[in-house]
Each structure stands twice: as structure tokens, then as C-alpha cells.
Write a protein that binds this ligand. Structure first.
Ligand code: ATP
Ligand code: MG
Length: 390
């Protein structure tokens, strides 16, 4: 018995003239993601993408899990393929649904006939297949109003497909159709969620992480890599740029007033991130900030931070509560890694009383005190380390 996956397109169907390029990108993403599982034929016909394993030994549970993480897919079904004659459809349905019917109490059959040449009408197909299943599984009741299992038979151009339910997809739009942006990633809870949310809107990611050894450890960096690997399940692979930030942080500590440590550090992060982003064709920065969460995330602090860069800064979590962010981080499986207690450069040299309403003029005056800022920034950019995240 041959099992395939039928994919219903999500928001893509709203894209009018761009639809073709969105579909092409989605198919490319599907092929790329499935590559490590095995060989598949991926076809697009009649608003449905069919994913068919080339060989019989493919693990279809793993395939379905992989499909469930691909943005641009609203829903999909695991389906069995049958020849287009009613005898073969009935026989295949009875065999394919044996497992499902051993745990279900009631069912009904729906038929869709997109190939109008097929000799039976949709109600006739439903009746034939339903009758056959009822006879073969007498303990499972027919219930046309509230069935536990809905069996669907689809007669398409190339074959007949039988499935027992629709699985919700990851939604969103295909990664790569929304341009490229750089996520400023820490080891915390928020930034991996922010990365996931922008990938869901079609953004291809590049990651930038600031490390301040020896104040931050190799294990803290390893944690960030692990988080990005979990984000990559949804966003696809990316490059991670690790910026050596120690000398700049020490310069801030030695030359600026303590109240301004955090805000100046964040401005320098934005300046450096923007430069790396530009070199990598990114059109925006992404952060995991949420309004009012900490002193550096007030309106005033964000205004002073943004003044240090010209690119748009996306903050998808800006209006979310911590609990809402945690719910998503659990869903994408980053939470347990995020809560491991490793230090971040943001927690090095934290002021006892940070300014929550910084005045830009004063911030700039403090930042100007760093005598060799330009050369330290250049040094940081020139010494980034690049890691591939797959
Ligand atoms: P997170 O949970 O993402 O660490 P947070 O609530 O701890 O966020 P901050 O530490 O103030 O908040 O950081 C705010 C944002 O700045 C982060 O969401 C992230 O986008 C960025 N950021 C913080 N630390 C780093 C770092 N070491 N490297 C790159 N970006 C960072
Ligand atoms: Mg943090």
C-alpha cells in the first residue's frame, strides 16, 4: 500500500499574481526539508501538493512530523493511493484504515470527485465505501452527524486517495518569500520565539549573537546554538555570527556613567548588528523585546536604542505578556533549553539603577566618552565567528 501526504495550501491562495512564486518556494522548502529523510516526488496539481516517497522504506511518521513544521502549509493529510476503480478503492480503504478503525467508535465517508470522468457520483462513492467499511468493521457505528472519524475519498486526475482526517499545519507563509532579516539572539526565552514568529511570516533568518568571554562562557554559546537548531526546525538552516563583545563592554564600564551601561551597550549591539546584517543582504533586524519587560524595554529606552541604527527593527513580541511568550516557547520546544542558567552579555556589568527614561542627548554624551569606539566596533565586526546551523 502506498502512502502519500496531501498538502492544502494556506494563505498562499490569497496571494493573487504572486501565487506561483509562493508555491514554487514552498515546494523548494518541502524538498529541502525532506532531503535528510529520503527521496520524494513532490507535485503540485489542482491546489494540492502531493508528497510521494520514491521507495517503500521511508518513515512516514517522521515525514509527517517534518511537514508539520513547514510554514505555508495550512493543513495536510496522510493518504493512501488506490487505483481508480471502485473495487480497488474499497479494498484499499478497508486495509489502510484497519488501525484507525480499531480505536474509533463511529465514522462517515465523504467523497470528492475532481475527475468528472469517474463513472460513480460522489454520493455513490461514499455509499459504496461506507457500506464496505461497515461490513468489515461491524463494531464501528455509522454516524453521519457527529462521527469520530471522517473518511475522505478523493478521485483526482492521477489516482484515488483515501484518508481519515486532516492534520493542522504550521500556517504562515513560506520561509524565503518575505526577505531576509537578522535575529539578535541571546540564550533567553524571548529571542528564539521572536525568530520563530518572523520565520512564520516568510522571513529567512541570519542569527547574530554577542559573546563576552570570559564573562560569558563557551557553554552559554553552545546553548544559543542549541536554541537556533530548534528554531531551524521551522525556519530552515541559517548562519550564526558570534560577535566578540568583551572589549566594547569593558570600554563602556570604564568610560561611561553606570546608569547608561545598558542603553549604550544596546546601541552598540544595534550598530554592529546592522553592519553584519547589511553585509549579508538582510533588510531588517529582529529582537525579542517586549514593552516594559525590563528597564531597557521602555518606550524611551527603545527610542534611544533605535536611534543607533537605520534599518527597520522588528519586535514581534512587543505587545505580549511573558506567559504568552512562554506558551509559544514550549510549543516550539525552546523553553527547556532557554531556562538553563547561563550568563548573557546583557547581564555583565548591569547597573544597579538603570535609566528607564533616558534622554538621548545625555546618552550620546556618555557614548562619546568611549575614546576608541569606532576602532573597537570595527575590530568586533572583523572578528565575528561564523557557524552553520542546520
Ligand atoms: P531574551 O529572553 O531573548 O534574552 P530578555 O527579556 O532577556 O530577552 P534582554 O536581555 O534585555 O531581554 O534582551 C533583549 C533582546 O536583545 C533579546 O530578546 C535579544 O533580541 C537581544 N539580545 C540580548 N542579549 C543578546 C546577545 N547576547 N546577543 C544578541 N542579542 C541579544
Ligand atoms: Mg536576555
Amino acid at each position: 500500500m502506498k502512502e502519500v501526504i496531501l498538502i492544502k495550501l494556506g494563505e498562499i491562495v490569497l496571494k493573487g499574481l504572486n501565487r506561483k512564486s509562493f508555491e514554487d518556494r514552498l515546494i523548494k522548502n518541502i524538498k529541502h526539508r525532506l532531503h535528510r529523510i529520503g527521496a520524494f516526488k513532490v507535485r503540485n496539481a489542482q491546489s494540492i501538493i502531493t508528497v510521494e516517497p520514491v521507495f517503500d522504506d521511508i518513515d512516514m511518521d517522521e515525514t509527517a512530523d517534518c511537514i508539520a513544521g513547514i510554514f505555508g502549509i495550512a493543513a495536510f493529510s496522510r493518504a493512501c493511493v488506490a487505483e481508480k476503480d471502485i473495487g480497488s478503492i474499497k479494498e484499499t480503504a478497508c486495509r489502510y484504515l484497519e488501525d484507525t478503525f480499531s480505536t474509533t467508535a463511529s465514522f462517515k465517508v465523504e467523497a470528492k470527485r475532481s475527475d468528472k470522468q469517474f463513472p460513480l457520483t460522489s454520493p455513490q462513492i461514499a455509499q459504496e465505501v461506507g457500506g464496505c467499511l461497515a461490513e468489515r468493521f461491524p463494531d464501528v457505528a455509522v454516524d453521519v452527524h457527529h462521527p469520530e472519524t471522517v473518511v475522505t475519498v478523493e478521485i483526482r486526475e492521477d489516482a484515488a486517495y483515501i484518508h481519515a482526517g486532516v492534520i493542522r499545519g504550521a500556517g504562515g507563509i513560506p520561509v524565503g518569500t518575505g526577505g531576509k532579516a537578522a535575529i539578535l539572539i541571546s540564550g533567553g526565552i524571548d529571542s528564539p520565539v521572536a525568530a520563530y514568529m518572523m520565520a512564520k511570516r516568510g522571513i529567512e533568518l541570519t542569527a547574530i549573537h554577542f559573546a563576552s568571554p570570559p564573562y560569558t562562557s563557551e557553554r552559554a554559546e553552545e546553548k544559543v546554538r542549541q536554541l537556533l537548531e530548534k528554531v531551524a526546525v521551522y525556519s530552515g538552516g541559517m548562519k550564526m555570527y558570534t560577535v566578540p563583545f568583551t572589549r566594547l563592554q569593558e570600554a563602556i564600564r570604564d568610560q561611561c556613567h553606570e546608569e547608561y551601561f545598558t542603553i549604550i551597550m544596546r546601541r552598540l549591539m544595534m550598530t554592529i548588528a546592522q553592519e553584519i546584517a547589511r553585509k549579508n543582504d538582510c533588510q531588517a533586524l529582529i529582537t525579542g523585546e517586549s514593552l516594559g519587560q525590563v528597564a531597557s524595554q521602555t518606550i524611551g529606552a527603545i527610542a534611544c536604542t533605535d536611534e543607533a541604527c537605520q534599518m527597520p527593527v522588528f519586535r514581534p513580541l512587543i505587545g505580549m505578556d511573558k506567559e504568552e511568550i512562554i506558551t509559544i516557547s514550549r510549543k516550539i520546544d525552546t523553553f527547556s533549553t532557554s531556562i538553563q542558567p547561563y550568563e548573557d552579555c546583557c547581564t555583565v556589568f548591569t547597573p544597579r539603577h538603570p535609566r528607564t527614561r533616558p534622554v538621548l542627548k545625555n546618552v550620546l554624551a556618555q557614548q562619546d566618552k568611549i575614546s576608541d569606539a569606532d576602532s573597537l566596533i570595527r575590530e568586533a565586526v572583523e572578528n565575528v565567528r561564523i557557524t552553520d546551523i542546520s
